[in-house]
Ligand binder design. Structure first.
Ligand SMILES: Nc1ncnc2c1ncn2[C@@H]1O[C@H](COP(=O)(O)OP(=O)(O)OP(=O)(O)O)[C@@H](O)[C@H]1O
Ligand SMILES: [Mg+2]
Length: 503
């Protein structure tokens, strides 16, 4: 079969970091080709070369046999190459139709016509979204649909999805996979990047594994097992994804939340966590779990309800109050809440707790700080040029590792993790699980939000399931099945997201 895209000997460095060291990659028309590799392996960088965002130092990019020499993303788009970034690149204050046909806006004759064409494109993907809706008001899933429709309007022959499901609910991920299958049937070549190997095995035809800026192998999906792919990525096999179980004995109650509400979405949520316990918060994306923990942390104002820490009622009005009370929150959105991107990695990782590292003159003891960070960086397999580089220079998954390092370092009696392994590669996941377990074994109270059910089953002593801002049930280890969890998590059919009118 003829190749739609051929990348040969691609090299790209950033300062001293050799992100791509002679990568070969080929994509056929009508295939879904998964691109796998540990955090920092070079996947996104390779796709930025293909998409015209980076000009490579060496190597050739061929599209349908020609060598186009892209200088910008719009060059690439004009040759039919569209990248659906994880961080959405839409204009949030424009409407759906305006975003899809952005390049045509200067010459628009009929807005009615534009809206009709937008609606048709979205319909063809099996969704109903009003073309006049403002994009900033849409759910992440719908924003992604708009991005795809935009690519289709430009007649994309190649579509790259860089971790598209990291922010989607289970149902939305399935719908996206439906769209990808439609695209494949139309002859579009799809490149699919994900750390969720189960979905990679469901959707892809071929798999290319990258390691340290080079391509290791390209295989047919049907020729390999998940474990083979992990070995290619990590260089070792992962027998138990959840690592050794450390013995834990629950102690006294540390956190008690009674009927917490925000006067809107979050309605009367109660739970307790004891020292040494790991309690899970399950549910679908959008169930209100993040909003709830942000109330506990004082990042949002509670309307009613009480919070007790070690049996004493506490008023938490701000994250500062929360930290004083011994609560740490590892947020879901590292870009907005977790990192100062311009600051060095080293500073980001120690920011939450400077005091033990500061001597009596207030200077940070550099050697001590460096050591603390280096130990964590090694455990989490952080891939960075130097710990003095800005956090912005790290790959997506490595930024997440720095956010985690910050809180593993800071400690606190109560630790809340919101989607701790989002975008993190399989190798580092096992380390994160064992770090969370050892925090609990040291006697801390841990609360974990995750949309990956296996992650909750592997980590938690019990799981509170949320739906639409309320707890709908609590599962103990004997009830850990996908079915039971989903039953509690699912919206009743009458109010499923697609039948709601999108505003
Ligand atoms: N703009 C940049 N400046 C400096 N270094 C960079 C830049 N972009 C990428 N890098 C480095 O290049 C390497 C490859 O990064 P890339 O983002 O391609 O990894 P990835 O495979 O997409 O990882 P992830 O799974 O975490 O998203 C990393 O070491 C990263 O730190
Ligand atoms: Mg990436």
């Amino acid at each position: 079969m003829e190749n739609l895209v051929e990348l040969t000997g691609i090299r790209k460095s950033f300062g001293g970091v050799h992100a791509l060291q002679g990568v070969d990659f080929a994509l056929r028309a009508g295939e879904v080709h998964a691109l796998l590799g540990e955090n920092g392996a070079g996947k996104s960088t390779l796709m930025r070369v293909l998409g015209g965002e980076h000009v490579p130092e060496a190597g050739t990019v061929k599209v349908a046999g020609e060598e186009p020499h892209f200088r910008s993303p719009s060059d690439a788009l004009s040759k039919g190459i569209a990248i659906i970034h994880q961080e959405m690149a839409l204009a949030t204050d424009l409407t759906v139709a305006e975003n899809i046909f952005l390049s045509e806006i200067p010459s628009v004759i009929s807005w009615k016509d534009l809206n009709r064409r937008a609606a048709e494109l979205i319909d063809s993907l099996g969704f109903t979204i009003k073309p006049g809706a403002v994009v900033g008001d849409l759910s992440v899933a719908h924003q992604q649909v708009v991005e795809i429709a935009k690519a289709l309007s430009r007649h994309a022959r190649v579509m790259v999805f860089d971790e598209p499901t990291a922010v989607l609910s289970v149902q939305d991920a399935e719908r996206l996979h439906g769209i990808i299958r439609t695209l494949r049937a139309r002859g579009v070549g799809v490149i699919y990047i994900s750390h969720r190997l189960d979905e990679v095995f469901q959707i892809s035809d071929r798999i290319t594994v990258m390691k340290d800026g080079a391509s290791v192998a390209t295989v047919d999906r049907s020729d390999v097992e998940v474990d083979d792919v992990i070995r290619m990525m990590v260089g070792r096999s992962l027998k138990a994804l959840f690592g050794e179980d450390v013995a834990r004995t629950p102690g006294d109650e540390v956190l008690r939340v009674e009927s917490l509400s925000d006067g809107g979405r979050i309605r009367g949520v109660s739970l307790t966590v004891r020292a040494g316990e790991i309690v899970g918060l399950g549910g679908l994306v959008g169930a209100g779990r993040t909003e709830f923990v942000r109330l506990v942390f004082g990042a949002e104002r509670a309307h009613s309800g009480r919070v007790f820490i070690r049996g004493k009622e506490r008023t938490i009005r701000s994250p500062g109050d929360a930290v004083k009370a011994g609560i740490g929150l590892v947020p879901e959105n590292r870009k907005e809440q977790g990192l100062v991107l311009d600051f060095p990695i080293r500073v980001n990782a120690t920011m939450a707790k400077l005091s033990p590292l500061v001597n009596r003159f207030g200077f940070v003891r550099r050697a001590r700080e460096r050591m603390a960070v280096e130990v964590l960086a090694k455990r989490l397999r952080l891939k960075a040029g130097s710990l003095n580089d800005p956090a912005s220079s790290l790959s997506g998954g490595n930024q997440q590792k720095v956010v985690l390092a910050k809180w593993f370092h800071a400690g606190g009696d109560i630790l809340i993790f919101d989607e701790p392994t989002r975008g993190v590669d399989v190798g580092a996941k096992t380390e994160i699980y064992s770090l969370i377990k050892s925090l609990a074994a040291e006697g801390r109270a841990v609360l974990v939000i995750s949309s990956e059910h296996l992650e909750l089953f592997g980590l938690c002593d019990r799981i509170h399931v949320m739906r639409e801002g309320e707890i709908t049930g609590v599962l103990g280890p004997e009830d850990y099945t996908e079915e039971k969890l989903l039953k509690l998590a699912m919206v009743s059919p009458a109010a499923s997201p697609e039948t709601l009118v999108v505003n």
